[in-house]
Write a protein that binds this ligand. Structure first.
Ligand code: MG
Length: 269
């Protein structure tokens, strides 16, 4: 369960309020306030511990002349399809993959079939990868020196943006089938990332997706965002994306400061 979004407490909804239509008593309100304060303390402690482990992961990777990328996006955005295409297109990138899903080994098997090593982490009810799980994944995977390690996060546009995994850069994949307003609805994800891949552009003739609007919303949130219009299935835009991955070396400094839930208005700290 994830304390970040509050889904760990079955007595409270995602606003920290009880699942009841009855008017809350003063005692209940005090209890809720104490509960919210306690949740914030647990959240801060959880994120601090995660941050320490993320720094360990970054140092572990640097000692092996390797860099990691945190790949995020909704279920079905095409994250795994993008990785399959990248692995097949650019074997010189020495990619290895840590796959995160709640269940099954399916995506790791797809990546292996595409031609590179992959390890699967199942998070059970968890909605994101964390640095501790990734640490074990990295140790099991033992990337060769000079590797680019892709951490494909659990599919959602919320919690994964809060957890540093030890990556050097963060990528969000948004498929054109999801709608051009996603940056407006999930702003923290687009603020926290370094690159935006707009995937499935081969479907544009059949969808009411406004590319200019999507890019405008995303760039208004994060002017430094590097963007790629891409079709993982057809190969459009793949070379540019691979060149961007290629531009990172073991000495590359992390592009984005660690995200914090306390940043004012969700702004990137
Ligand atoms: Mg996947």
């Amino acid at each position: 369960m994830c304390v970040t979004c509050g889904c760990s407490d079955p007595k409270l909804n995602h606003d920290g309020e009880p699942h009841t239509r009855a008017r809350p008593t003063r005692a209940l309100k005090r209890s809720i306030t104490r509960g919210a304060r306690s949740t914030l303390q647990i959240e801060r402690s959880l994120l601090d511990k995660n941050q320490r482990l993320a720094e360990q992961n970054r140092a572990w990777l640097a000692a092996r002349s390797s860099v990691a990328f945190n790949l995020m996006g909704s279920p079905g955005a095409g994250k795994t399809a993008l990785l399959e295409a990248v692995v097949r297109f650019a074997s010189d990138l020495s990619i290895v993959v840590v796959e995160g899903d709640q269940a099954t080994e399916r995506d790791a098997e797809r990546i292996r079939q595409a031609g590179c090593r992959a390890i699967q982490i199942n998070t059970g009810t968890g909605c994101h990868l964390d640095a501790h799980a990734v640490l074990h994944g990295l140790e099991a995977l033992a990337p060769e020196p000079g590797s680019r390690v892709i951490l494909e996060n659990v599919g959602n546009l919320v919690c994964p943006a809060l957890f540093d995994l030890g990556e050097t850069a963060r990528i969000v994949v948004l498929s054109v089938a999801e709608g051009d307003d996603k940056p407006l609805k999930y702003p923290h994800m687009f603020r926290a990332c370094d690159a935006l891949v707009l995937n499935k552009i081969d479907l544009l003739p059949y969808l009411p997706f406004d590319m200019a609007a999507a890019l405008g919303h995303a760039r208004a949130l994060n002017p430094k965002l590097v963007t790629f219009e891409l079709s993982a299935m057809r190969g459009d835009g793949l070379a540019s994306f691979c060149n961007w991955l290629r531009s990172f070396t073991a000495s590359s400094a992390p592009l984005v400061a660690s995200p914090s839930p306390e940043a004012p208005n969700g702004a990137t700290p």
